[in-house]
Design a protein around this ligand. Structure first.
Ligand code: FES
Length: 165
């Protein structure tokens, strides 16, 4: 006669095991999300993450910038007398897209008239609570590339690009 192994798990024990697995899953998920957020960004920029904006000749020094999309968010390249400046184009007030043409020398949000410094992205006036995020750019053989967001943690809070400026 074959021996039988009886394995009995009470309903209470089964519930404890399931609750333990759920708690373990949630803990691992939260820890993974925190580590992903805090993990230092690599300083090198991979070629794959670079975005070609345009040719240098297409953005003359002046009041009209070049709108583009960088990693799913609206962005704006300006050619100032001091060099190229590049910012996220989503207004930090309520998320409108700023104008690509400077207004009295400022970046203007048409929704509630926030003004930003075209050299630094800093708020000059209006309800915008903080400056436009900066994007590093590089010129290679006559072409301008967007490399990376300078302040990634801030950019994560900006809504995704939904339309052209
Ligand atoms: S959304 Fe730009 S000023 Fe309000």
């Amino acid at each position: 006669m074959a021996d039988r192994i009886a394995l009995t798990i009470t309903r209470r024990k089964l519930t404890e095991i399931l609750m333990g697995l759920v708690a373990l899953f949630l803990t691992v998920s939260v820890v993974a999300a925190i580590l992903k957020y805090l993990w230092p960004q690599t300083s090198s920029v991979s070629e794959a993450s670079m975005v070609r904006i345009t040719a240098v000749d297409d953005v003359p020094v002046g009041i009209t910038g070049k709108p583009f999309v960088f990693h799913g968010k609206a962005a704006l390249l300006l050619h100032m007398p001091a060099g190229f400046r590049c910012f996220g184009a989503v207004c930090t007030h309520l998320g409108c897209i700023v104008n690509s043409k400077l207004d009295d020398g400022d970046i203007l949000c048409p929704c509630h008239l926030s003004r930003f410094d075209p050299n630094t992205g800093a708020v000059i006036s209006g309800p915008a609570p903080s400056r436009l995020p900066t994007i590093d750019v590089e010129v290679r053989e006559g072409t301008i590339y967007a490399l990376k967001w300078k302040d990634l943690a801030y950019v994560i809070s900006i809504p995704f690009y939904a339309g052209a400026a």
